[in-house]
Design a protein around this ligand. Structure first.
Ligand code: FAD
Ligand code: SF4
Ligand code: SF4
Ligand code: SF4
Length: 467
């Protein structure tokens, strides 16, 4: 056996007690494997390594981290070469995606056209996180037979407090994927299935998942042949899988009691709600809508360590990136309720949007030259500056942090203090005994005045200036 083997003690429960057995387990050179096996905290849980492994030697384990089946591993190194966890090389990704080794050097990345719009299908628009643009584009591709299926996500029907990836082939299947699931889902594990299937597919994915897909496409030709287009989501941060069960706990609900869970359920911008088995009316898990309340502390308290040092906020290597349209008017009201912004990056992306508009599936306005449609400032500061500063600070302290071939943007004392404050909120989230009481308080009636004060501050901030 190459590399030798280790003797592993196996505990087998029997009727009369526990029997201890020893068995040989293949010894693996961990440096050949993806980052989860050498520095777990750098794993984005994108699922790429599980999806690409030719030997099916990796599976999704606890909390959605990959797990190794040592006897199957041949130490081929493919999982390491396609892993976006430990380092992200922007020049390589730009070359793979746009055919030129040029770093766009801007938060939004390389953008050819910007559109603002919504799906022309009533159900798709009403059920979407924003304007239902992602589902609308996917449905247009599916309906017009450009693709045979779409790689999307939903809350797991058997375990509705967790997310899962699946392939949608019909309108009804696609509707199940609507909404943002602000929770870890190892989307790229689906590559294992996709490899074996005939046909062409469209994929909706987060920035780190797109990095994994692009790196894999460099290794195996079938990836570009089968994946017709990648639609990216903006991403400030995902959340640890236990966010949903802790939210349910604040209302005394056991996970097994629910049939569905929504982060942005109902009317735009959506509410965090759970559906109890046998009841039609949802239970509100929070006293405010997602944007004005929960999102402001959830993504700090439940942010995974790897998300805290992730610097791709706009899905820079997608064909089309879709984001919320949080632009406010002078009274602080949202100007584009139920709409989404699209950044078109590639020729394929242009084609997808053009086809959908011509087919009447997408209503969109070209806003490329309108400065009002700039990316939300808070988002650009969080990922475009704070996460760089945190990455540098962690590395200097010997805390594992990813490597980027991009310099940290210029910053001053105030920026560094701002990052420290944000880090403090994230530090609160690291231990349940600190996180849970705070979270319970913020999502209770006692948290409502805080939300009201915040809304008042926002309305004053936007007075006299549309942002
Ligand atoms: C973790 C996360 C963080 C985000 N952060 C921001 C942000 O900071 N700023 C911003 O403007 N927008 C952010 N978004 C995107 C935003 O919430 C909307 O998803 C986006 O505007 C698309 O809206 P839509 O109505 O067009 O999508 P819909 O038509 O509702 O379709 C949603 C699509 O997203 C996919 N999806 C949902 N959750 C996941 C997931 N966890 N992993 C992979 N795919 C998923 C679904 O499969 C579906 O295809 C985030 C989304 C997620 C999931
Ligand atoms: S490929 Fe993705 S899931 Fe696998 S170790 Fe790397 S970051 Fe984690
Ligand atoms: S067989 Fe190759 S891809 Fe699979 S786990 Fe081993 S090194 Fe990684
Ligand atoms: S913040 Fe980065 S690492 Fe975390 S889910 Fe979003 S894209 Fe992936």
């Amino acid at each position: 056996m190459e590399g030798g083997s280790d003797r592993l003690r196996v505990f087998i429960p029997t009727k009369d007690g526990t029997r201890i057995m020893e068995r040989s387990v293949k010894k693996i050179d961990l440096s050949k494997l993806s980052i989860a096996f050498t520095e777990k905290s750098l794993c984005t849980r994108c699922g790429t390594c599980v999806g690409v492994c030719p030997e099916k030697a990796l599976k999704i384990g606890e909390d959605f981290y990959p797990e190794l089946i040592p006897d199957r591993c041949t130490e081929c190194g493919l999982c390491k070469e396609t892993c976006p966890g430990g380092k992200v090389e922007y020049l390589d990704l730009a070359e793979i995606t746009f055919g030129k080794r040029e770093d766009a050097g801007a938060f939004d990345g390389h953008v050819e056209k910007t559109f603002m719009g919504y799906s022309n299908d009533e159900r798709i628009r009403a059920g979407g996180a924003g304007g239902g643009v992602i589902t609308g584009l996917l449905w247009s591709l599916l309906k017009n037979k450009v693709v045979d299926g779409c790689v999307v996500t939903r809350m797991n029907p058997e375990r509705p407090w967790e997310g899962e990836v699946y392939i949608a082939r019909t309108y009804d299947e696609l509707l199940q994927s609507q909404q943002s699931k602000y929770i870890i889902i190892p989307v790229n594990r689906i590559l294992q299935e996709l490899k074996e299937l005939p046909g062409r597919y469209a994929v909706a994915a987060l920035p780190c998942q797109i990095h994994g897909l692009r790196l894999y496409s460099r290794k195996e030709a079938w990836v570009n042949e089968k994946i017709y287009t990648i639609i990216g989501l903006f991403c400030a941060s995902s959340m640890e899988p236990y966010v949903s069960t802790e939210m349910l706990e604040t209302r005394g609900i056991k996970p097994e009691e629910i049939s569905n869970f929504g982060f942005r359920d109902g009317e735009w911008p959506g509410y965090i709600r759970a559906y109890l088995k046998g009841r039609e009316e949802p239970v509100h898990l929070h006293h405010s809508n997602f944007k004005d309340g929960a999102i402001n502390y959830l993504t700090y308290l439940y942010s995974p360590a790897r998300c805290q040092t992730c610097v791709d906020g706009s899905g820079e290597f997608s064909d089309i990136s879709v984001s919320d349209a949080w632009t406010r008017d002078q009274a602080g009201r949202y100007m584009f309720q139920g709409q989404s912004k699209m950044l078109v990056r590639t020729t394929r992306g242009r084609e997808v949007v053009r086809q959908a508009m011509e087919a009447g599936d997408l209503i969109a306005e070209d806003v490329t030259d309108n400065p009002q449609f700039k990316t939300h400032r808070l988002h650009t500061v969080k990922k475009g500056l704070n996460n760089y500063l945190r990455t540098d600070r962690w590395r200097a302290k010997g805390i594992p942090a990813p490597l980027y071939d991009r310099p940290t943007p210029e910053n001053d004392f105030r920026d560094r203090m701002n990052e420290r404050l944000e880090s403090l909120a994230m530090w609160m989230g690291r231990k349940r005994w600190r996180r849970y009481p705070l979270f319970r308080f913020l999502t209770s009636r006692w948290g409502v005045p805080i939300i009201k004060v915040r809304q008042w501050i926002k309305s004053r901030k936007y007075r006299g200036t549309a942002k």
